[in-house]
Design a binder for this molecule. Structure first.
Ligand code: AMP
Ligand code: ZN
Length: 475
């Protein structure tokens, strides 16, 4: 029985689809003005697990993800530049080229993290008609007003505005210091269609009934998810930063139009955060959100450049529950790298144990139970290690069980190979020296040489046929 946390109800509830055996899943995609940072990628790892668990439970999942290639402004208050225009100026290429480039870079990151691609990718710039239609519908129903800046949604007209975030709209109103967009009636009102600033030509702009301009960020996800999943579907997800503004406003747009509940399940991944100050001195509470600007911008490429297997990052993410903040440090990543390396070595050994095995029901049930319990991946990983370490189970059975678990873990157990051992002249000389030391019973020297080789990732094994060299994981 799958239980999932729903941000709307603030509780873990038994998942029930709208239509038997099917799930419509919408995930807010990347704003493609830069590489994804590993914080963004943490959210996509969580969504990948969700999708794989739903599939494991037998659901036919229709997974839709948008590509935000226009309209996401630097500020959530409908002011500031479009992030795409900012990126375009930064890199001296057109907003269109920028979008193509970073979309492809994102897909490459997804592949490297074993993230399944959605069934449908949808770009905001390719769905302008649908977005205009939605704004027109809202206008007909009296939810909009037009000011010099564009068409705005009048949040005071919707009685349950802000229900997802449980916003205290009056409190926000009272606490507001400046009115950011002249003419905006309520602090929570937001742009549906922004007009291109007078006299300026934007790189991305379109004709509309209200004048030349571009869609607001929220209308994009609202229009495209309704197009591909209908006006009532199962799950919508993103990172927790989307709760108070982006998802709140998407809900307002669709529910104002249809007058009924739009999405049954809202799921949000907690942030990847960075410690502030020195790694050794910091308090747990001192942390900052990873962002796409400044020193805090860590990409998957950087991890790879520093010698990490990208799947180490997947392992690192799975080791925390998706609703708990996760602090990134290089030291913590090293911990994941060590564990992952050990896992790889054990999997390769078990694979080599031969014979057809069968899945251990008890271990597999522990694994499934963990995942069905609101995607508890740390417990699922513990169940996986339980198999690796279970000496009562044959190697073949252990390997078969791990393969079954890999449907969700997606570490690619089947393709794992023993790393190549490079025995160069120097290593050969060291092995000879150690053999000689052992012959003259100088065990101190023999042990020292063995430890030195271990440091280099080479494990010596003394067998009746002589000394053998194996790769080892004590990095
Ligand atoms: P964006 O490219 O800003 O539209 O964000 C893409 C996805 O990453 C969204 O679902 C965000 O909620 C999520 N996200 C942004 N920053 C973080 C972070 N530091 N940790 C986890 N998820 C994040
Ligand atoms: Zn969205």
């Amino acid at each position: 029985m799958l239980r999932l946390y729903n941000t709307m109800t603030r509780s873990v509830d038994q998942f029930r689809p709208i239509e038997e055996g099917k799930v419509g899943l919408y995930a807010c995609g990347l704003t493609v003005y830069n590489y994804a940072h590993i914080g963004n990628l943490r959210t996509y790892v969580f969504e990948d697990v969700l999708r794989r668990v739903l599939a494991l439970d037998g659901y036919e999942v229709k997974h839709v993800m948008n590509v935000t290639d226009v309209g996401h402004l630097v500020s959530d208050a409908d002011t500031g530049e479009d992030k795409m225009e900012v990126g375009s100026q930064r890199e001296g290429r057109s907003a269109w080229e920028l979008a193509d480039f970073y979309f492809e870079a994102f897909r490459k990151d997804m592949a490297r993290l074993s993230l399944l691609e959605p069934d449908i990718w949808c770009k905001a710039t390719e769905h302008i008609e649908e977005q205009i239609e939605l704004v027109r519908g809202l206008e007909e129903r009296g939810f909009t007003y037009t000011i010099d800046d564009g068409v705005y949604f009048d949040t005071s007209r919707l009685k349950d505005y802000g229900k997802l975030a449980r916003l205290d709209v009056e409190g926000l109103e009272a606490g507001a210091r400046i009115e950011t967009v002249p003419g905006k009636r309520n602090i929570t009102d937001f742009a549906l269609w922004k007009l291109s600033p007078g006299g300026q030509k934007r790189q991305m702009e379109w004709e509309s009934p209200w004048g030349v301009g571009f869609p607001g960020w929220h209308i994009e996800c609202a229009a495209m998810s309704v197009k591909y999943l209908g006006d009532h579907f199962d799950i919508h997800c993103g990172g927790i930063d989307h709760i108070p503004v982006h998802h709140t406003n998407e809900i307002a747009e669709v529910e104002a139009l249809t007058g009924k509940t739009w999405v049954n399940w809202w799921m949000h991944g907690a942030w990847l955060v960075l410690p502030t100050g020195e790694e050794d001195e910091r308090e747990e509470s001192e942390s900052v959100k990873m962002a796409k600007s400044g020193e805090n911008f860590i990409t998957l490429d950087l991890l790879i450049d520093r010698g990490y297997d990208p799947l180490v990052y997947r392992y690192f993410c799975l080791n925390a529950h998706y609703r708990s903040p996760l602090t990134f440090t290089w030291r913590a990543l090293d911990g994941a790298a060590n564990a992952y390396e050990r896992l790889k070595n054990r999997v390769v050994e078990l694979k080599g144990s031969g014979g057809a095995g069968s899945v251990s029901e008890s271990h597999y049930a522990a694994f499934r139970d963990a995942l069905e319990d609101d995607l508890n991946t740390p417990r699922a990983l513990a169940a996986m290690w339980g198999v690796v370490r279970d000496e009562n189970l044959s190697g073949a059975d252990r390997y078969a069980t791990l393969l079954a678990m890999d449907e969700v873990l997606a570490f690619g157990f089947e393709k794992m190979e023993a790393p190549e051992v490079v025995v160069d002249e120097e290593v050969e000389r060291m092995i000879r020296e150690r053999d000689e030391a052992r012959r003259r019973k100088d065990y101190a020297t023999a042990d020292r040489i063995r430890a030195e080789l271990l440091e280099r990732g080479l494990l010596l094994e003394d067998t009746p046929e002589g000394t053998k060299v194996k790769p080892c994981s004590s990095r």
